[in-house]
Every structure is written in structure tokens, then in C-alpha cells.
Write a protein that binds this ligand. Structure first.
Ligand code: FMN
Length: 359
């Protein structure tokens, strides 16, 4: 009932993509379980070294024979004045003292080599590669496609979607403002491109001729059916899987997700220098006071890494980044396969009952 050209092309049973989530949540177990259950598991691989990327892909392959995706960030040059970096360092030292870590640590903001990451994806012949934070270089899109790898881009506005289509991507994740994690926005906008999923998806669907994947706030069968009604070919769900059994999210993070509400999140640059949606913490509240002078991504991300890691070690959620979308109340700690099954059976009941059923 829920098959379409896009699911057939991806060779998946259900139109559900488990969102790639860089930084730990998307373990090989989570990716493989989702793919084994009929969805498309995706590995958030942006922060992985080429060696770790290869070994993680191989781990996924040991756990599933089904297709899966790998996601990378389109690299961006970061330049920041020494004065701004110095000022932020002194703000951050307060947390270092509190957490007992070294003050003024060196900043390593060199991203993983994008070219080497792409080389690994080509050598490992992963079935699907998705990108966020921009338009991947044309030669990268072409070489991936020439190997039969499906290339997916991320857009937060119609204009971004059109540019991605023009560049040759084969499907677009339409990321609404409800979405957890970093905004994929790459064109300047007066409003931070905070367009909700229900408004964004049909407007992108009308303006591009490639499949659109709805993303942001979709947590269950109701969100799936709504997205398909808006013209999406599939959904990409992140927060719904964050507290799942196979997710690699820290226990304190999982607990925060399971107890937070729809109004618990904010979009902030405090942790990474790039707008991202997460559960409000003391760190966000305090660092957002310096909103005008937060270094750009990935510099701020590198500058706060030691603090986030030390906070995780001491189970202190207030200084950890707790990325999550607005659908929080609907998150569960079920196994990933159960989340897929529950979503699909709820969607089926809804369609068969012509939307008369509440759940
Ligand atoms: C913890 C977390 C990490 C994320 N990391 C990535 C990432 O590495 N790459 C990416 O394209 N999207 C990333 N996203 C965004 C998701 O792809 C997706 O847009 C979002 O999860 C959808 O909203 P939802 O969380 O309400 O389902 C992340 C989201 C979360 C919650």
C-alpha cells in the first residue's frame, strides 16, 4: 500500500528513512535494524575519519543485507577573528573550571577530509549518500551517480531545493523547522529559513520534479500519512529513533528526550556556531547571551567539544548538546524495528479507516 517509485528505486519496503544523526546516535545496530525492518537506515558519518567510516560501513554490512544510507556535511570554510575566538574562549573557561578540564585548550576545527570520505563511500559502494549544509560539488554528485549510488540533498526552502535539483541530486529532504539537529540551510535568509514541514513540503513538491522526503516533527503513522498527502515520497525521522534501544545517544540524553515536551526545544548557535534545534539547557541560555559573537561553524563546534564530552562523562545534561525536534512527547524507547512496525500499522489503519481513527 505504501510502495511507490521512490521506495522501489531504493529497494525498501516502507517509505521511512531513519535520519542520519552525526555524533553517535546512529550506531551500526540502529542503521541495520531499521533497514532489516523495511525502512532505510542511515549513518550520520560527517565526524568520522575515513578509516572509522570504512569500518563502520563494514559493521553495518555484517548486520544487514538491505540497503542503507550514509550522510556527510558539505564542507564549508570557516574564518573567525582572533578577538572573537579569544572572547569565546574566556566565556567557555568558566565551564571548564566547573567540569575540571584544562582551560584554553588548542582548537582543532579541521573537518574530516571530505574527499577521502567520498573515496571510501565509492570504494564501499554504499547504496545511498545524502548531504546537508549545501550543494555537494558537481564532480562528487556525478561520480557517485555514475557508480549507481543514489544522491540526496537537504533543503529548507524552495530556492535551496531548486538549486539542489539543478546540481543533479536525485531526491531532496525537505527539512521543516520542527526538525531536531542542525538546520540544513545554506542560502542566506532574513528568517533563518524556519519554515514548518507542513508548509514547506508541498511548496517544494510543486517546484521540483524529483522525489521529496518530508522531515521534521514526523514521529508516527499520522505524520507519515500527512507527509504522503502533502506529496512527499517518503519521510525522514530522527527524534523518533533517538531514544530507541539501538540508538547510541547517551542515557542522560535519552532520558531528557523521554521526559521533554513539545515546547522544550530552541534553535541555537551556542554549541556549534550553526543553528540547530535542541532541548534548552543552561549552556544555551548562557552562551546565547553572546549571540552576536559566537564563532562560526565548525569553529564553535570544536571549541565546545571538550566541554560537551566532560559533561557527558559526569552525566550533566545542562552542558551537553541534546539535539531534538518538536515531536518530543511522541518519542519512545522501543526497539527501532518496533518503531517502524508501529508507524506502518498506524498509517495503514488511518488510510483504511479514511482518517476516522485517532491512533
Ligand atoms: C541528534 C540529531 C543529529 C542530526 N544529525 C544530522 C546529520 O548528521 N546529517 C543530516 O543530514 N541531518 C541530521 N539531523 C537532522 C535530520 O536529518 C532530520 O532533519 C531531523 O531529525 C528531522 O526532524 P525530527 O528530529 O523531528 O524527526 C540530525 C538530527 C538530530 C535530532
Amino acid at each position: 500500500m505504501f510502495e511507490n517509485d521512490f521506495t522501489r528505486r531504493l529497494k525498501i519496503q516502507f517509505p521511512i528513512i531513519q535520519a542520519p544523526m552525526a555524533g553517535g546516535p546512529t550506531t551500526p545496530e540502529l542503521v541495520a535494524e531499521v533497514s532489516n525492518a523495511g525502512g532505510l537506515g542511515s549513518l550520520g558519518a560527517a565526524y568520522l575519519t575515513p578509516e572509522k567510516l570504512r569500518s563502520t560501513i563494514q559493521e553495518v554490512r555484517q548486520l544487514t543485507e538491505q540497503p542503507f544510507g550514509v550522510n556527510l556535511f558539505v564542507p564549508e570554510e570557516a574564518a573567525e577573528s582572533q578577538a572573537i575566538i579569544k572572547e569565546m574562549t574566556s566565556h567557555l573557561n568558566k565551564y571548564r573550571v566547573e567540569l575540571g578540564v584544562k582551560e584554553n585548550p588548542p582548537i582543532d576545527s579541521t573537518p574530516e577530509s571530505f574527499e577521502q570520505q567520498i573515496q571510501v563511500l565509492l570504494e564501499e559502494r554504499v547504496p545511498v549518500v545524502s548531504f546537508t549544509f549545501g550543494i555537494p560539488p558537481k564532480d562528487v554528485i556525478e561520480v557517485l551517480k555514475s557508480q549507481g549510488i543514489m544522491v540526496i540533498g537537504t533543503a529548507t526552502t524552495v530556492e535551496e531545493a531548486k538549486l539542489l535539483e539543478l546540481a543533479g541530486v536525485e531526491a531532496i529532504v525537505a527539512q521543516g523547522s520542527e526538525a531536531g539537529g542542525h538546520r540544513g540551510t545554506f542560502l542566506k535568509s532574513n528568517t533563518d529559513s524556519l519554515v514548518g514541514t507542513i508548509a514547506l513540503v508541498p511548496q517544494i513538491v510543486d517546484q521540483v520534479s524529483i522525489p521529496v522526503i518530508a522531515s521534521g516533527g514526523i514521529m508516527d503513522g499520522r505524520g507519515l500519512v500527512a507527509s504522503l498527502s502533502l506529496g512527499a515520497a517518503a519521510v525522514q525521522m530522527g527524534t523518533a529513533f533517538l531514544a530507541s534501544m539501538e540508538s547510541g545517544a547517551h542515557n542522560v540524553y535519552k532520558k531528557a528526550i523521554l521526559t521533554a515536551n513539545e515546547d522544550s526545544t530552541v534553535v541555537t548557535r551556542a554549541y556549534s556556531g550553526k543553528p540547530a534545534r535542541g532541548i534548552k539547557t543552561t549552556f544555551i541560555e548562557e552562551i546565547d547571551q553572546y549571540a552576536g559573537t559566537i564563532p562560526a561553524f565548525p569553529i564553535q563546534n570544536a571549541m565546545t567539544r571538550d566541554i560537551r564530552q566532560a559533561a557527558a562523562k559526569t552525566n550533566n545534561p545542562e552542558y551537553m548538546s541534546l539535539w531534538a525536534g518538536q515531536g518530543l512527547r511522541l518519542a519512545t524507547d522501543h526497539p527501532a524495528a518496533a518503531i517502524i512496525q508501529q508507524t506502518m500499522s498506524q498509517a495503514q489503519v488511518l488510510v483504511e479507516s479514511r482518517f476516522q481513527t485517532k491512533d
